[in-house]
Structures are given as structure tokens and as C-alpha cells.
Design a protein around this ligand. Structure first.
Ligand SMILES: [Zn+2]
Length: 451
């Protein structure tokens, strides 16, 4: 027990808190300016003249969540609510449907921000905007700059969809050139990809502004969330309404050194790795240490979380706790922790508010990845190579391969869609590690050398 206590205090010495970035629009920085609303209104009124109309028949449509993680995103969740609809009619004060203050004055939509690593997610198309319900496109626009950080007069990349009951939904701020190729008048089905979350238009960072109208005019706007302070409509429009606060860990991950969170619009550097070759030396860290990060959404002051590193047999290698000292919409926290020294696959697990999130990482020896290489029919050749390699597998369908350099930085990733895939890692000589993950989360790892 004594040893453990000393061990933990030593580890705490190396703990650190990453900067928390929260990008949000506000009343001085609205998602959609009055000029934009007028322009949009004009456009859809014109478009609707040429489309068959079903007419407003009340709130019969139910909405599904308008975002989904792309196939390559393995985080436990990927968003936080930056602002709900404002239900305080007065100029100045604001309140959300739940009588809280997660809104801004005059806000007519729900701002769903991607998090953590919002520009990384945008660059890699990791969070998709999808149709919340079946409908017909009544406005669509693409081609606008998508790395805005503050208020501006630019328009966004967007789609507006009219549902069978005459209600409409607006999807705003999407990534440039990600918007559906469909045109006004074409139909979409619930769940269909409309684009990728971006920061086009008047945005302070990548997020979806999702706005719902009961009709085809902004004066009929509603809030899909039902709650005591919803002044616009009684019933929820969601097929399944999410909690106003979704407190929990959205990501628990292991990194070869500190993550880098530059300001908007620079893409974050994750320095994430799931393979650690012994002896491991992370830049700026004590020998044999790595950084263990947790990402908490809707943090509650005073609440404690538990982190554990589990051995390959699921017994505990290390465990520690974290206690929140403030309410925060998002919180990033990282610790330097000593890595295990026996080869194998380990789990980093974090639990907060009863929500558990975990990820695995491999400790490997210099001789290769030893016991970890599975029997899957899979080969990477030639090895050593000049940088161009072929990946051959008998099992095709949904596998993802990652290549890491010796520092644990990811240098390449691809989805395997055929039995033979040529990969060009460039001619930077050195040792690289690969990790192939099958759709059922089985991983195969290995080492290659580029000369
Ligand atoms: Zn908004």
C-alpha cells in the first residue's frame, strides 16, 4: 500500500492539464446573420414555387440525431452542445429549453460542436452531417471557405430540407466541397449523408447549426427539444430526445507526448499512438512514460472519475482518480504515467458519471511485435522496402490500417477495400509500425523498415 501511494504521488508530479478550447458562437457572433436569414428565405420561397407542396400538417415528423461518426472514428462520442435555441424573447438575456443558459441571445438553432480535435475531425471527414428525417432538398449551397473563427458576413455551406409534413430543417456551416451533390427538388432519406461538419459562414469553429421550422418560414421556427422553458412548442420533435447534459467521458486515449491544441483554425496535433516499443522514450517525458488523456463532456464540479490501466488479463496495472473542480462543458485532462514493461495489449479505461470509455495500446519489443501478431491471413511486403509497400489480405471489408513512426506519430491511415493495396509511405527511412484493425476490433500489428 505504501509503495502504491508513493507511486501515485510521483505520477501526480508529472500530471498536467491541457488547455481547454471551446469554440462557440454568441450574440455578437451569430451563426446566421439577419441578412443571411433574409437571403435564405428569399431563396427557399422561390424554390418552393417550383416544387409540389404537401402543406403544413403539424408536427408529425420525428427527427433523428443529425450527426454520425464516420467509419474511422472510434471515439466513445464526438460532440458537445455549444448552444441550444434561445427561449427568452427579450434582447439581452437568454435561456435554453431546459431553463439553463446554454444558448445565446437570439439563437434559433442547436449548435452541435465536434469535440475533441474539431479541425482534425473536419480535415479527416470524421463527423458526418446526416438527414434527420426523409424529405426534399429546398436549398443547397457549397464552395464557401470553411475555416472561419469569428463573426463575418460570409454565407455557409448548407442544406435545407422540407419534410412530408411541411416542416423544414436547416444544416449550416458544413465543410467546403463536402455537401451532397443532390440539387433542389431531389429527395433524401433519414440518415443520408449531407456533408461534413465544418466552420463555413459565421462560425467560431467547426459545428453544425441545426435549425428546425414547423413550416417554410423562419417565423415558424421550433426547438426540437421539449422542456419546461421551451416557449415555442410543447412536444419533443426527436425520435429519442437526448439529455440536456450528457456528462461522461467521450475519449480516453494514450499519446506518445503532449497533445497540441493551437488556436482556431489550425489543426490539432494528436501525437496519439497505440503502439509503444520498449524501451519507450516520448518527447519531453520521463523514460518509459506516456500521456494518458481523458476528455470529459458536461463536467460537474465535485464529481470524481476513475482511470485504470488494465493488464492483458484485465487485472489492474495502475489506477488513479480525478475530481472535478468546476462545471465545464468540455474538459481535457492528461497525466504522464509509467507504461507497462511486459509486451502485450493493455487497456486504458476511464469512468466518469458512470460512463466508461476505453482504448487499447500495445507494448512491443524491439524484435518486432512478438506475441501480438495474429494468425490473420495478412502480409505487408517487401520488408525492408523503399517506401512503397503492398498490403495483401484474404479478408476485405472494413479493416483500417494505421502506420506510425518510431515516435508514435501516425503517418498514414487507410481503409482496406481490396485484397491488394499499394501504400506509399514516402522515402523517409526508418522503422515504422502498423496496426490493422478489423471491424470486430481485432488488431494485428507489425513492424516494417524503410531504407
Ligand atoms: Zn447556431
Amino acid at each position: 500500500m505504501k509503495i502504491t501511494t508513493t507511486f501515485i504521488s510521483l505520477l501526480l508530479f508529472f500530471s498536467s492539464q491541457a488547455q481547454n478550447k471551446l469554440t462557440e458562437n454568441n450574440s455578437e457572433n451569430p451563426c446566421i446573420t439577419d441578412v443571411e436569414y433574409a437571403e435564405l428565405q428569399k431563396q427557399i420561397s422561390e424554390n418552393l414555387k417550383h416544387l409540389p407542396q404537401s402543406g403544413y400538417r403539424g408536427a408529425s415528423v420525428t427527427l433523428n440525431w443529425p450527426l454520425k461518426p464516420a467509419a474511422g472514428l472510434t471515439d466513445c462520442s464526438y460532440y458537445n452542445i455549444a448552444a441550444y435555441v434561445d427561449h427568452d424573447a427579450a434582447v439581452g438575456p437568454f435561456k435554453d429549453f431546459n431553463c439553463g443558459t446554454n444558448s445565446y441571445d437570439g439563437h434559433r438553432g442547436t449548435d452541435i460542436a465536434t469535440w475533441p480535435f474539431n479541425f482534425y475531425k473536419m480535415d479527416n471527414d470524421l463527423v458526418e452531417v446526416i438527414a434527420a428525417a426523409d424529405g426534399t432538398i429546398i436549398a443547397v449551397h457549397d464552395g464557401e471557405f470553411d475555416r472561419n473563427c469569428s463573426s463575418n458576413n460570409l454565407t455557409a455551406n448548407y442544406v435545407m430540407i422540407q419534410h412530408s409534413d411541411g416542416s423544414t430543417a436547416l444544416y449550416w456551416h458544413m465543410k467546403k466541397n463536402s455537401v451532397t451533390q443532390k440539387i433542389v427538388g431531389q429527395t433524401v432519406v433519414a440518415g443520408e449523408k449531407l456533408g461534413v461538419v465544418g466552420s463555413s459562414g459565421s462560425a467560431s469553429g467547426p459545428h453544425l447549426h441545426f435549425e428546425v421550422w414547423a413550416g417554410a418560414d423562419v417565423s415558424t421556427r421550433i426547438d426540437p427539444f421539449a422542456g419546461n422553458c421551451n416557449s415555442l412548442n410543447q412536444n419533443s420533435w426527436w425520435a429519442s430526445q437526448k439529455a440536456a447534459k450528457e456528462t461522461g467521458v467521450v475519449r480516453a486515449s494514450v499519446h506518445s507526448t503532449d497533445i497540441v491544441l493551437p488556436g482556431c483554425p489550425t489543426t490539432e496535433t494528436l501525437n496519439e499512438s497505440s503502439i509503444y516499443e520498449m524501451p519507450f522514450q516520448g518527447p519531453g517525458l520521463p523514460a518509459g512514460y506516456a500521456k494518458f488523456y481523458i476528455f470529459i463532456r458536461d463536467e460537474i464540479n465535485g464529481m470524481s472519475g476513475t482511470m485504470s490501466i488494465l493488464n492483458p488479463d484485465q487485472s489492474t496495472f495502475a489506477t488513479w482518480t480525478y475530481t472535478s473542480t468546476a462545471d465545464n462543458k468540455i474538459k481535457t485532462f492528461g497525466w504522464s504515467k509509467k507504461l507497462p514493461t511486459v509486451a502485450g495489449t493493455y487497456t486504458f479505461k476511464a469512468t466518469y458519471n458512470g460512463v466508461t470509455c476505453s482504448s487499447t495500446f500495445d507494448m512491443t519489443t524491439a524484435a518486432g511485435v512478438s506475441a501480438l501478431v495474429s494468425e490473420e491471413k495478412f502480409s505487408v511486403y517487401p520488408n525492408p522496402s523503399s517506401g512503397v509497400i503492398t498490403l495483401e489480405t484474404a479478408m476485405v471489408g472494413g479493416q483500417v490500417i494505421f502506420f506510425y513512426n518510431i515516435l508514435g506519430a501516425k503517418v498514414y491511415e487507410a481503409k482496406i477495400t481490396s485484397s491488394k493495396t499499394e501504400i506509399n509511405l514516402g522515402n523517409q527511412s526508418g522503422v515504422y509500425f502498423y496496426q490493422l484493425t478489423s471491424p470486430d476490433q481485432q488488431t494485428t500489428t507489425g513492424k516494417i523498415v524503410i531504407r
